[in-house]
Design a binder for this molecule. Structure first.
Ligand code: C5P
Length: 403
């Protein structure tokens, strides 16, 4: 159920409705009277293929049941954009229009995306309404800071439809099979400083790790995403811990893994770092420097030690990016690093591995199973990895921390 109120940002709600419909959601829209000044019900009907309601429907022949029916049928009530007035109405529980009575009848989770002038948002009355709604378990997305129609600059802009969509995805997946489980995912290539402006890194983009984080969220998990990546959108609901070096990643992973059910090490961790990072930028005039390297900790080996002591995480998944002898190398890593299973990919192929959106992998299990997957999107690979995680979690024999 999408409630649209009378902000200039109402036009963005049509994009949101369209994206929701494309993602397979059945979207019923309710426009407030003011919203119809900015956008028509026909716009929403056209992009959702379903009825869009206005206050005229409140007084029609089915009026006495309409709002109850709409409220009960919804899995989620999204109000976007929510004006200061609509926020006040929701906070007070006023039922003087179709959106108000439907919100009162709804028993589902509620997501609100405010949009208004920065001064109106900052007003103590609005802030009190936001606090009251939060106190009742309503989730907020935005408002974002930026240039507003009023000419002011500040928080008040409606969040982008993609951001709202991410929150919707998160709220609708909380009841999944990994509900109540914590999944730690690492992503990206570590950056090992040479001096204050230079570092050594690798070709990992973090795309496969971010896809695994999203798949774990979709299965209902709480996700801690430990990553070196700057440029990828963070999956909504993930708790992000930014790191740069292998040592920082090791510290973050060991701390998070102690309380986690699952660890997926998708990051490309540098095996070596400059032994001594220079304090100042190394100057060309000083001649060609010689870099001495030192070994980084192997995070998965450290996790295996900690896991023997703590019994957690129950499932540990590694990745093997290889250019030669894929299966042989992956098998030996699986055993040496004490993994539940390993995701082996041949990074020498142009359509798989680093940076691209597709991957071709083989999953190898500690007790001898293997699954060869065809070329597929990294999102699909991630789903397969999480499906396997579920299978391993579901079998008590695999929960043995001593493997
Ligand atoms: O031994 P190799 O680096 O090829 O193993 C790859 C797997 O081990 C990946 O899951 C990677 O995240 C992890 N790894 C690690 N610590 C390192 C190097 C790699 O945990 N220092």
């Amino acid at each position: 159920m999408l409630g649209v109120s009378g902000s200039i940002a109402a036009y963005k709600a049509a994009d949101l409705a369209s994206k929701l419909a494309q993602a397979g959601a059945q979207v019923d829209t309710i426009l407030t009277r003011a919203a119809t000044q900015f956008i028509t019900p026909l716009t929403f009907q056209s992009v959702t293929g379903r009825r869009a309601y206005t206050d005229d429907d409140l007084w029609g022949s089915e009026a006495h049941v309409l709002h109850i029916g709409l409220g009960h049928a919804a899995d989620l009530l999204v109000v976007a954009p929510a004006t200061a007035h609509t926020l006040a109405k929701l906070a007070q529980g006023l039922g003087d229009d179709l959106l108000g009575v439907t919100a009162l009848a709804a028993t589902c989770p509620v997501l609100v995306a405010p949009a208004m002038d920065a001064g109106m948002y900052a007003h103590p009355a609005t802030q009190a309404n936001v606090a009251a709604l939060r106190g009742r378990g309503v989730t907020f997305v935005g408002p974002e800071a930026g240039h507003l129609a009023s000419g002011l600059v500040g928080p008040g802009r409606l969040s982008e439809p993609a951001t709202i969509l991410g929150q919707i995805r998160y709220l609708l997946t909380r009841g999944g099979p990994l509900a109540g489980r914590t999944v730690v995912v690492t992503a990206g290539g570590t950056r090992e400083p040479v001096d204050p402006v230079r570092y050594l890194t690798n070709r990992s983009s973090g795309k496969q790790g971010y896809a695994v984080a999203q798949a774990a969220l979709d299965a209902g998990a709480e996700v801690i995403l430990i990553s070196t990546v700057d440029g990828l959108p963070l999956p909504a609901g993930a708790q992000h811990q930014p790191v740069e070096t292998a040592q920082q990643m090791a510290d973050a992973v060991l701390a998070a893994a102690a309380a986690a059910d699952v660890l997926v090490m998708a990051a490309a961790v540098a095996d070596f770092r400059p032994a001594q990072a220079a304090d100042h930028k190394i100057k060309k005039e000083s001649g060609v420097p010689t870099l001495e390297l030192a070994a980084n900790p192997d995070i998965l080996l450290a996790v295996a030690d900690q896991r023997r002591a703590l019994g957690r995480p129950k499932v540990v998944v590694g990745f093997a990016a290889e250019t030669d002898d894929l299966l042989k190398n992956a098998q030996s890593k699986l055993e040496r690093k004490g993994l539940s299973f390993i995701v082996a990919n041949d990074v020498s192929a142009a359509d798989a591995g680093f940076a691209v959106d597709t991957n071709r992998v083989v999953l190898l299990g500690v007790d001898g199973w293997s699954e060869t997957l065809p070329l597929m999107s990294k999102a699909d690979v991630a789903e397969k990895v999480i499906e396997r995680v579920l299978r391993v979690l579901g079998e008590p024999a695999h929960m043995d921390a001593d493997r």
